[in-house]
Ligand binder design. Structure first.
Ligand SMILES: *Cc1c(COP(=O)(O)O)cnc(C)c1O
Length: 476
């Protein structure tokens, strides 16, 4: 029955409930050992790879053709499955850490972070509760503390790592609603028929998505000439919508342009009126570590909650978003799940990570980020982030100097938005597809004020100025 001869070298079979040999999946055999070597070697090879290729997008039909059936009654064996992954599946994925992948928000995990990610799974850590994951939670909290300190949050602040900014924003907005409900109840006001959030017109797509999940409205406030949400705009919206407003969502590093809202004036308005203030810094929050741009974030210390994605610009592997709370007790009151089968955990309630977001079981996904921070130190982070900020400024200069291009927006953080003079949307699209097909770059068009534009987002300190020139030349 067993297609894999490796299993014949079992060191000692265990017995199942019926006393029969159990020798299929859970014994560590000589073959498992060989597979371990292959897996570690493959991970080592990928981590060392320089240059990293872009990879290819394939159609579903092509993959069916190339891969065939992998899930069978007998199993195809780990060696073959790994070979299929290495030879077909992995090259059919784009490498987000490819140095000329400048679309969306790329990623550039450190060597230590990706290698340690291999270990996190091996230890079968349940990252949801203190009693099951005290050690990993301690380490994650150290990383959370570093971020909270960068933001200027008090020593009582705390947080948790969630899969991404989308679930982070939703958890924060649900927390905001909980705080607003409590505030209204205490003041003797009735609960509104529908809750609303005051947001900037440039808020990330995950904000309307969260509002839809919550069946809440968004009050989109016009931004100033620098495309920033300001305290005045927020104050006017609060005046108009009163008790309906569950919270204000500002963005620190808007995805398209990198713009940071006027956190100082918004924070003051929220504080004065006791309105919950959430800052979506999923992309931009990393730049809190860069002294050259830190002043632009002034006011973030007023936030009641903040999200920052280490999987974007803090060199952690997917998926990892830090959700920070000014008042973790308030967050726990909203998010902790209660049931008889969980009550045991409450006795060890020092810090149960599952209490602070919409989740229960969780991977200790902050550990690769913690390990990398511990390995290289926070100065290395500040330096790597500054390199990418400098790259954006340099790219802006070169775009301004290129006769076929026009800079649309002075880079705020590490995002550069520009126009290819004379091209229609189809030409933008065709150029992107040709570059992808050649494995030469991944730069997709975006839109700005209804017009097609190109957009670079730099998070990879290995990207070089020569590579930027290559892309600029290819656009001629
Ligand atoms: C990327 C991003 C998000 C969403 O984060 P995910 O990790 O992709 O879910 C939210 N807000 C902003 C500003 C972002 O850049």
């Amino acid at each position: 029955m067993n297609p894999d001869p490796g299993y014949t070298t079992l060191t000692g079979p265990s017995h199942n409930v019926n006393g029969a040999d159990y020798a299929m999946m859970h014994d560590y055999t000589d073959d498992t050992d060989r597979l371990a070597d292959e897996i570690v070697e493959l991970a080592r090879w990928r981590t060392r790879l320089d240059p990293i290729p872009l990879g290819t997008a394939r159609t579903a039909d092509e993959l069916v053709e190339l891969v065939g059936a992998t899930i069978t009654a007998e199993g195809i064996g780990g060696h073959q499955a790994l070979a299929i992954f290495r030879d077909v599946l992995a090259p059919s994925c784009l490498s987000v850490d490819y140095t000329k992948y400048l679309s969306f928000v790329p990623a550039a995990p450190t060597e230590a972070a990706v290698l340690f990610d291999l270990v996190v799974g091996a230890f079968s850590i349940y990252g949801g509760s203190w009693i099951e994951g005290a050690g990993s939670t301690h380490a994650e909290n150290e990383a959370i503390r570093w971020l909270a300190d960068l933001a200027g949050l008090s020593s009582t602040a705390g947080g948790v790592f969630v899969p991404g900014g989308t679930i982070g924003n939703l958890s924060a907005m649900v927390g905001a609603r909980g705080a607003a409900e409590q505030r209204l109840a205490e003041a003797g006001h009735p609960r509104p028929d529908r809750w609303a959030f005051v947001v900037s017109a440039t808020a990330h797509s995950s904000i309307p998505s969260a509002a839809a999940v919550m069946d809440a409205d968004l009050i989109a406030v016009q931004t100033d000439e620098q495309r920033r949400l300001t305290g005045d705009g927020v104050a006017a919206a609060l005046e108009e919508h009163g008790h309906r407003v569950a919270g204000v969502v500002a963005t620190a590093g808007a995805t398209n342009l990198g713009v940071i809202d006027d956190l100082q004036s918004i924070g003051v308005v929220c504080r004065e009126r006791g309105v919950f203030f959430h800052v979506d810094a999923a992309y931009g929050g990393a730049a809190l570590a860069a002294p050259s741009v830190r002043p632009q974030f002034d006011g973030i210390e007023h936030a009641d909650s903040i999200i920052i994605d280490p999987h974007k610009w803090l060199f952690a592997p997917f998926d990892c978003c830090a959700l920070l709370w000014r008042d973790p007790d308030q967050a726990r009151a909203v998010h902790a799940q209660h049931a008889g089968y969980l009550s045991f955990l409450d006795a060890y309630g020092d810090w149960n990570p599952s209490d602070f977001a919409i989740h229960l079981t969780r991977r200790a996904r902050g550990l690769p980020f913690w390990f990398s921070l511990a390995t290289y130190g926070t100065d290395a982070y500040a330096e790597a982030i500054q390199i990418t900020l400098d790259l954006a400024i340099e790219a802006g200069r070169r775009i301004e100097a290129a006769p076929h291009l026009e800079l649309v927006w002075e880079p705020t953080l590490s995002i550069v938005v520009f126009r290819r003079i004379g091209w229609d949307p189809d030409q933008y699209q065709a150029w992107t597809e040709a570059m992808l097909a050649d494995g030469a770059a991944f730069v997709v068009p975006s839109r700005h004020d209804g017009e097609p534009v190109f957009r670079f987002c730099f998070v990879n300190p290995r990207t070089t100025v020569d590579q930027i020139d290559e892309i600029i030349d290819a656009l001629a």
